[in-house]
Design a protein. Structure first.
Length: 278
């Protein structure tokens, strides 16, 4: 890169606000040849717009993996934050692009960036990408990361009714009774009236008697004769079996990523399957 271009790029990174550049446009549209030519001609890959969006943010949000690769190889800042504090990894998770997520992680993207908003794991749960959720957890994502609007990733997955994501989170050891203003995942499940979700949360130890900041239980958010209401009423009248209580207690004792510990227990395979919710 020529000295003049390098100086321009530095200005772009430290505070030179611009409108969307040709690099942004090429990255968004997935025009890899155009992007490569721009990079080779000295275009800055770290200039950001008025809302602090870099070309890497744009490419990640659109799931343009080849453009993400080109930008990273050209020195794009992997953990650049936009005006909302989101990083390219957050955007890649929002797009559900597992390829972009893997690329960003391979270049050192922080799986738990210091955000006050939704984390990459929150974004993956919003999108409903269980593959992204699983990958983020494998590399150390904080299962209890708290967003002031959404609560934990489990709250998000339940509110959006992404059952696959919910099961991945719960199996990884997410706190089923984590509260946002005393509102639990079961409150969300009751509000969206999803019986399958309610049953899954209860089986993992969800507290059907938990009350939110309005003093309401999950059942208070269901219609009196609806299927979710009948489901919760059944659990209120029929306590969990001893086997289920033991499973919940053991899973709680094994903590985060407990499946790894359970698989190593010297017990019959059938019991391991039961403890693993298979």
């Amino acid at each position: 890169m020529e000295p003049g271009a390098a100086d321009s790029c530095l200005l772009g990174y430290v505070g030179f606000w611009v409108e969307r550049t040709p690099v942004h446009e090429a990255a968004q549209r997935g025009e890899t040849r155009q992007l490569q030519q721009l990079i080779e001609s000295g275009a800055c890959v770290n200039q950001f717009t008025m809302d602090s969006i870099t070309p890497l943010h744009v490419a990640s949000l659109q799931g343009q993996a080849q453009c993400v690769q080109l930008l990273l190889a050209a020195g794009a800042q992997v953990d650049a934050s936009n005006i909302d504090g989101s990083t390219p990894l957050c955007d890649a998770c929002a797009s559900g692009s597992i390829e972009c997520v893997k690329l960003l992680l391979s270049y050192g993207a922080k799986v738990n960036p210091p955000l006050y908003t939704a984390s990459p794991l929150h974004e993956a749960c919003m999108n409903g990408s269980s593959e992204c959720v699983r990958l983020l957890i494998d590399v150390g994502a904080n299962l209890e990361a708290h967003d002031c609007h959404f609560g934990t990733p489990l709250h998000v997955a339940c509110a959006r009714e992404h059952l696959d994501c919910v099961k991945v989170l719960l199996n990884a050891g997410a706190n089923v009774n984590a509260a946002k203003l005393h509102e639990t995942a079961l409150h969300h499940a009751a509000k969206v009236k999803n019986v399958d979700l309610i049953e899954m949360l209860v089986e993992f130890g969800g507290n059907i008697y938990a009350r939110d900041n309005r003093g309401k239980k999950p059942s208070d958010y269901t219609g009196s004769s609806s299927a979710p209401a009948k489901c919760l009423e059944f659990y209120e009248k029929t306590p969990l079996s001893l086997a289920q209580l033991c499973r919940v207690s053991l899973r709680r004792a094994t903590g985060v990523r407990g499946l790894e510990k359970i698989s190593k227990l010297n017990i019959p395979p059938r019991l391991i399957d039961y403890l693993s919710y298979n």
